[in-house]
Design a binder for this molecule. Structure first.
Ligand code: GLC
Length: 586
């Protein structure tokens, strides 16, 4: 094992002297970012794999279920290091078939995969020269679970990435523990040690190992607990070993990497002009939990991909194999359903960019592709197929050269109208989840839709569910149910979720805010605009009917501004919100 260290130090020395290596914080030492990141931005879909010793207890300890995400069981249940290490003898990987995994990843339509090399429990899926807490130690699995998967995915033309928990490590002494200061004792005295020594003796050499052994195309840092620029720098500088590598924003310090990493929720407007990758589980856990059966539907997953792509981001969809290396059946089904959809519609996903429409469309999403010859293609991702067979592309005043239903290649038509381009797609949706209509334009698109809502002719703002920027969290997204005018923000149940409306009022004035909602229990929210906050009490409504209630009055400035609706922490109860009206107060 020592030989790895010798050759990698030589390699590292040669590279660190190159101009590429000494990048300033926040910059990645890489060739041109455009060329380097092209494959990633075009890929749009990756498969995350969380696999490790935590898959043995699988969400239970001493016969009792342990809450939250499965790969955190050691911390959640304060399992002593020795007891946790004893699980390794049952981490057999007996059913691990990397070729089958690679086939399934390929079949899903994903273009890359990212697997955990070492997670917060400190266990490595490869034989580390600087640790005995790995697959080559006290566990019956093969001594390297990463190399065969790297070879199998690359043999299928896919990219291979590694997740590495660079700071948190609940087994090696000195590893960070979320909620504890550097060097502060954890739940087991065996964890006590010096954090900087841990970084020097474990995190840095292991990062060098995985970079030199597997040449990953992506390095996925996670939870920069107690990290700062000085501590992160040695890790960042190792990236010079893989000049083309893509990394994320979770290393720590001022190092921003290439991608933002919104987790379990989709940012309402993405991050215009920046690379981002939404990572999400198929149920509620990253690591395998035998009793987590709260699976998203294949439709949910396909629509998440459609939504994320329409904002110009990537979707990193997680699977959590069990301790034998078996991928849960429901995960396999979802990946196969996703693949079936991608085989027909991937043209609307791969190498596309964000929608040209600044506001959400009631019937679905849009991605686009611009070709060198000046052709622009719009892909309409129709979630709610129109009963009247017509889709409006608001304010678009350019006629397409052709309109096709992607799945059938059937011709469709479009005509200009004062409201925008009316696309006539017929009565039958080719796909019950997301149907794609492909519009090809030979001239530049003329779209005058504004990213904000303005008062209608009656002087009032009418704000639909689609006009709301819905800010979710680690606990998920605020969903919209229904389509068209009956759509509503549904099950707005967590008080950390909030919404905002982008408005443009011609003059500064006071507005009466009326909501069309239903609430099982009375609850409280704040209307917020800048420093202005107005408390709004919401009484429980009766039955299923939506009721119109006045939330309060609020003064808004002239020009573009945002009206936020934020639950009062600890006093919030789920509501469904269909619409908001702001009526000018004389
Ligand atoms: C969170 C969790 C970690 C998981 C990661 C995936 O950071 O701490 O367990 O691997 O999310 O994004």
């Amino acid at each position: 094992m020592k030989r790895y260290l010798a050759c990698s130090l030589l390699a590292l020395g040669a590279l660190l002297s190159s101009p590429l290596a000494h990048a300033a914080p926040g910059e990645s030492p890489k060739p041109s970012d455009e060329a380097r990141t092209r494959w990633f931005r075009d890929a749009r879909l990756g498969i995350f794999i969380h696999w490790g010793v935590y898959s043995v207890p699988a969400g239970e300890y001493k016969g009792k279920p342990v809450g939250w995400i499965g790969e955190w069981i050691m911390k959640q249940a304060s399992i002593p290091v020795a007891d946790y290490r004893a699980f390794a003898k049952d981490f057999t990987a007996a059913n691990y078939k990397p070729e089958d995994w690679a086939d399934l990843i390929k079949e899903s339509g994903a273009r890359y995969t990212v697997i955990t090399a070492k997670h917060h429990d400190g266990f490595s899926l490869y034989d580390s020269a600087v640790s005995d807490w790995d697959v080559a130690g006290d566990c019956p699995s093969p001594d390297d679970l990463l190399a065969p998967l790297a070879a199998a995915v690359r043999a299928r033309g896919l990219k291979f990435g590694l997740y590495y928990s660079q700071a948190q490590d609940w087994t090696h002494p000195g590893g960070a523990i979320m909620g504890k200061k550097a060097g502060e004792a954890g739940w087991d005295p065996a964890q006590t040690g010096d954090f900087d020594a841990y970084l020097r003796d474990v995190a840095v050499p292991q990062t060098r190992e995985i970079l030199t052994r597997y040449q990953p195309d992506v390095l996925w840092w996670d939870t920069p607990v107690n990290m700062n620029t000085e501590r992160a720098r040695p890790l960042h500088e190792l990236l010079a070993l893989q000049p083309g590598i893509i990394t994320n924003n979770r290393l720590g310090g001022d190092f921003k990497g290439d991608t933002k990493t919104p987790e379990q929720h989709i940012p309402p407007r993405g991050f215009p002009g920046e690379m981002f990758e939404v990572c999400m589980t198929m149920n509620d856990t990253w690591g395998f939990k035998k009793n987590d059966l709260n699976w998203k539907s294949s439709r949910d997953i396909i629509r998440n991909l459609s939504d994320i792509s329409s904002k110009g981001g990537n979707f990193l969809l997680n699977i959590g194999p069990d301790a034998t290396g078996r991928i849960p059946e429901t995960s396999v089904k979802i990946l196969k359903d996703l693949g079936r959809w991608m085989r027909v519609n991937s043209e609307a996903i791969y190498a596309t960019t964000a929608s040209p429409f600044p506001r959400r469309l009631p019937w679905g999403r849009v991605t686009q592709k611009a070709d060198a010859d000046g052709t622009t293609t719009l892909f309409l991702h129709v979630w709610d197929w129109p009963a009247d067979g017509q889709l409006l592309l608001p304010t678009l005043q350019t006629k397409p050269a052709s309109v096709r239903i992607l799945a059938t290649n059937a011709r469709a038509s479009a005509k200009l109208s004062p409201e925008g381009l009316l696309v006539r797609v017929g009565a039958t949706a080719p796909d019950s989840d997301v149907s794609v209509v492909k519009l090809t334009f030979k001239k530049p698109l003329v779209i005058t839709q504004r990213p904000y809502v303005e008062p209608a002719s009656d002087g009032a703002f009418t704000l639909t569910a689609f006009d709301a920027d819905r800010h979710g969290s680690l606990l998920g997204d605020i969903p919209i149910e229904g389509g068209g005018n009956s759509a509503f923000i549904a099950r707005w149940r967590h008080d950390e979720w909030w919404i905002e409306y982008q408005l443009n009022s011609l003059a500064a004035r006071t507005w009466r805010v009326e909501a069309e909602l239903r609430a099982e229990k009375s609850t409280k929210l704040l209307l917020k605009n800048g420093a202005t906050e107005v408390a709004a009490d919401i009484a429980a409504t009766s039955g299923d009917a939506f009721q119109k209630i006045t939330l309060g009055t609020i003064a808004l400035p002239a020009g573009k501004t945002a009206l936020e609706l934020r639950p009062v922490r600890g006093q919030w109860s789920s509501i469904d919100l269909r619409a908001l009206r702001l009526i000018p107060v004389p």
